[in-house]
Design a protein around this ligand. Structure first.
Ligand code: NAD
Length: 503
């Protein structure tokens, strides 16, 4: 049996229960049907129906928000060590079911097993990391004034909503839910309608690990229904959102009446700048990895290559050779590097840029074609001869599609890098230290890597500028979002109180 056949057989075993019962909402520790009936989840690999999914709406969100609100005081007040132990058991549960999570994720999203097996384990790491922070999360400062002793403390904000996208849904959900639970918040999770499977696995694992009923609730549904209702619900105090920039703006509007606190992790059109003095072999590996891994469906992908004219021809030639050799195939085949795009809608969007590029005068140097019509497969694509004003340089395509743009000088590279609506990440390849310092100082991006691809380190701040978002995740920044600061002032003596109305 090949590794692919083996994975298909295992997946079949894992999917049996979903086919039988569908995916129900999970509210207050119980399975609940969607008040709007069901919708179907399909696989991008062969367009087959995976299972039915509860179609939740405002009524289901209300039930989940009420459950989260009722569960909040006990979860908030549970001794920190006990809460920490629950989170560690969730991490262990994820590790024990990592294969199931990875295989389901691949089938649901089209992501290659090669990357999803690691993403499942990253989910466990997120729980372990934030579990370790639980005990000190509420610690504060002692700020003495001449008359008062001020003590700061942090308290969890209350029930929060988590709204996630489909690109690496399991990992991204844990990235939000783990710190929220560690802070002492309860959660209503609205997963992306295109990828509901692993959100169900997560809530199951969490409850099996001892998470009390109602602390994590999962409501499936669509953005304009369940998603909107979550943003508007008065019992939900904050929304942690990952998704498109225009949805981020809707989240903000929908939360206005209830004065919602929002954390928005949005899109990107990230530059990778390659100077002629860089280690070009490593730069080439990183450029390829950062746009063609995870199907290019990655907010931090380096989708704009800014390459110095003196090395452009040779660098692009090597790039074309490698891009043409990337293995597109069945996502459950461990050798596959690119699987199908997540949905028909997304496939139509990504492939539309093949014509847009040509119409704007760019060259399709590699790929630019769809592969058959069994699933949503496309060849990894490289556009050359582009300039920074073209749509392929300005718009987030969110697929395995790279736009290469030449530059002559550092000033020109910097100008083009910043001349875009987004500001999530930037990648700089140079061996000139002072140039790297100058550039990183002026690049408009929340995260910048020099001579490196994106290597995530959990204590560091993650987030974007401009249309790429508001707020930061990671380390203590996550707790700043899920918690409220309080200051308590104690008089240290008999300081003078201004008397009004006194004779
Ligand atoms: P999307 O914005 O279409 O959907 C994301 C989620 O929002 C889904 O669960 C959807 O149902 C929900 N939603 C849609 N409309 C809503 C509304 N009006 N109110 C409430 N919820 C609503 O995004 P997507 O297409 O699923 O994901 C791809 C996008 O996510 C890309 O733009 C990508 O860059 C971004 N992303 C960003 C990061 C980051 O950390 N910055 C990480 C991953 C993905």
């Amino acid at each position: 049996m090949s590794a692919l056949d083996d994975n298909i057989a295992k997946l079949d075993g894992f999917l049996g229960r979903f086919r039988e019962t569908g995916i129900l909402n999970r509210i207050a520790g119980a399975d609940v049907a969607g008040s709007e009936g069901v919708f179907q989840s399909t696989s991008p690999v062969d367009k087959s129906v995976i299972c039915e999914v509860a179609h939740g709406s405002a009524a289901d969100i209300d039930a989940a928000a009420t459950a989260a609100s009722e569960a909040f005081p006990a979860w908030r007040d549970m001794p920190a060590k006990q809460r920490r132990d629950v989170l560690i058991r969730i991490a262990e549960g994820i590790e024990a079911r990592a294969e199931e999570i990875a295989l389901c994720e691949c089938w649901d999203t089209g992501q290659a097993y090669k990357f999803m097996s690691k993403a499942a384990l990253r989910g466990a790491e997120n729980f372990r990391y934030f579990a370790d922070q639980v005990v000190q999360a509420r610690d504060g400062q002692h700020l003495k004034s001449p008359t008062l002793m001020n003590v700061t403390t942090r308290v969890p904000i209350g029930p929060v909503g988590v709204i996630t996208p489909w690109n690496t849904p399991f990992m991204l959900s844990t990235w939000k839910i783990a710190p929220a639970l560690a802070a002492g918040c309860t959660v209503v999770h609205k997963p992306a309608e295109a990828s509901p499977l692993t959100a169900r696995l997560l809530v199951e694992i969490a409850e099996e690990a001892g998470l009390p009923p109602g602390v994590l609730n999962t409501v499936n549904g669509f953005g304009e229904g369940a998603g909107k209702a979550l943003c508007e619900h008065p019992k939900v105090k904050a929304i942690a959102f990952v998704g498109e920039s225009r949805t981020g703006s809707l989240i903000t509007k929908q939360g206005a009446d209830t004065l919602k606190r929002n954390h928005l992790e949005l899109g990107g059109k990230n530059p990778v700048i390659v100077f002629d003095d860089a280690d070009l072999d490593r730069a080439l590996d990183a450029v390829i990895f950062m746009i063609y891994s995870i199907n290019g469906e990655r907010c931090t992908s380096s989708s704009r290559l800014l390459v110095q004219e003196s090395i452009r021809e040779d660098f692009e030639a090597r790039l074309i050779e490698r891009v043409n050799a990337i293995k597109v195939g069945h996502p459950l085949d461990p050798a596959t590097e690119i699987g199908p795009l997540v949905t028909e809608e997304h496939y139509t969007k990504v492939t539309s840029y093949f014509d847009i590029a040509k119409a704007d005068g760019a060259t399709v140097a590699a790929g630019g074609v769809a592969l058959g019509d069994e699933g949503y497969f496309v060849r990894p694509t490289l556009f050359t001869g582009a300039n920074n004003q073209m749509r392929i340089a300005q718009e987030e395509i969110f697929g395995p599609v790279l736009t290469s743009i030449p530059f002559e000088t550092e000033e020109e590279a910097l100008h083009m890098a910043n001349d875009v609506a987004y500001g999530l990440t930037g990648y700089v390849w140079t061996n000139d230290l002072t140039r790297a310092l100058r550039l990183t100082d002026q690049l408009e991006a929340g995260m910048i890597w020099v001579n490196s691809e994106n290597v995530r380190h959990l204590p560091t701040p993650f987030g974007g500028l401009k249309a790429s978002g508001i707020g930061r995740d990671g380390g203590d920044w996550s707790f700043e979002f899920y918690m409220e600061q309080k200051n308590i002032a104690f008089a240290t003596g008999q300081h003078k109180i201004t008397k009004l109305g006194a004779l």
